[in-house]
Design a binder for this molecule. Structure first.
Ligand code: 13P
Length: 291
């Protein structure tokens, strides 16, 4: 079932674990993630960036692909199909109209008042359709969809202000970056804790790739309930594929080449889930959260 993230994150916040958000790029990755999470019997959030949407054809294609795989593979876990870093109201609306169960509006490049205004517009459009909304304040830096940005840390006051729009989850930028870190990440755990204490909604950690596992655990303890992973699966898959093509230079069947990364991706998911949710706590879903 496609669900919004409200119940799965509420439970995670209460019981102090994190739900993985894995970015998808194509049919194969979507299939591997769904199969592995079904085997673990845990909910998953599938993140789709605007770049991935363009690559795969469009929001409608992505939604039909996900639902088709869920049907054919008998996927019964809660699956949230989430627009990652929607850059405008129009982009979020397009995803919602195509059947996405969740969106992130990232208006963090604007001043707070404009961010609030655009975020509120998205909330007003999404909520009557039971679609959940994530927003960002401050700015998660690094490289995503080949675009680079600097880090601006969120303030507690800005987090409180943006939460007044009625969002369901918040990604406060606190030092994490998209892509690979140069050196150790420098996360502001103290502010993470303050924000978590001040707000009732779940917090999201972007740039999950390369954060040492002790820092991931500390973040969960400070209130993080959703962790976004993109680059980590790309790097893992790429390494397996490079080895495969080196060892099998004459194999040209794309199913074998792309599929050579399947085990590596599934093993990495297992490893990450054991850190995010060591007791593998699952959640029950109420009808009102099914899209
Ligand atoms: P990474 O690519 O660093 O894992 O970040 C993913 C992310 O935050 C997607 O929103």
């Amino acid at each position: 079932m496609l669900v919004n993230f409200n119940e799965i994150l509420k439970m995670a916040k209460e019981k102090k674990y994190a739900v993985p958000h894995f970015n998808i790029n194509n049919l194969e990755w979507t299939k591997y993630i769904l199969e592995k999470m079904q085997e673990l019997n845990l909910p998953v959030i599938l993140g789709v960036s605007e770049g991935a949407k363009k690559y795969m054809g469009g929001f409608y294609t992505v939604r039909v692909l996900v639902e088709g795989l869920m049907k054919d593979l008998n996927i019964t876990i809660p699956v949230c199909l989430h627009l990652d870093h929607g850059s405008s109201f129009e982009s979020c609306k397009e995803a919602i109209d195509a059947g996405f169960s969740s969106v992130m509006i990232d208006a963090s490049k604007y001043d707070l008042e404009t961010n609030k205004k655009i975020t509120k517009e998205v909330v007003d459009y999404a909520h009557p359709k039971a679609v959940s909304v994530e927003a960002e304040v401050g700015h998660v830096g690094g490289t995503e969809d080949n675009i680079y940005g600097d880090v601006f840390r969120a303030t507690l006051e800005d987090c409180i202000e943006i939460s007044k729009t009625g969002i369901d989850a918040l990604a406060p930028a606190l030092g994490s970056v998209h892509g690979l870190y140069k050196g150790e990440p420098n996360l502001d755990f103290e502010r993470m804790k303050q924000i978590n204490e001040a707000l009732s909604i779940p917090l999201v950690l972007h740039g999950g790739t390369g954060i040492p596992y002790d820092m991931i655990k500390k973040s969960i303890n400070c209130g993080i309930s959703k962790i976004n992973i993109n680059t980590e699966l790309q790097v893992t898959w790429h390494k397996a594929l490079v080895n495969f093509t080196k060892e099998n230079p004459n194999i040209y069947d794309p199913r074998k080449i792309i599929g050579s990364g399947e085990k590596a991706i599934k093993d990495k998911i297992n490893e990450l889930v054991d850190i995010f949710n060591p007791n593998h706590i699952s959640s029950k879903i109420e009808k009102s959260n099914i899209i």
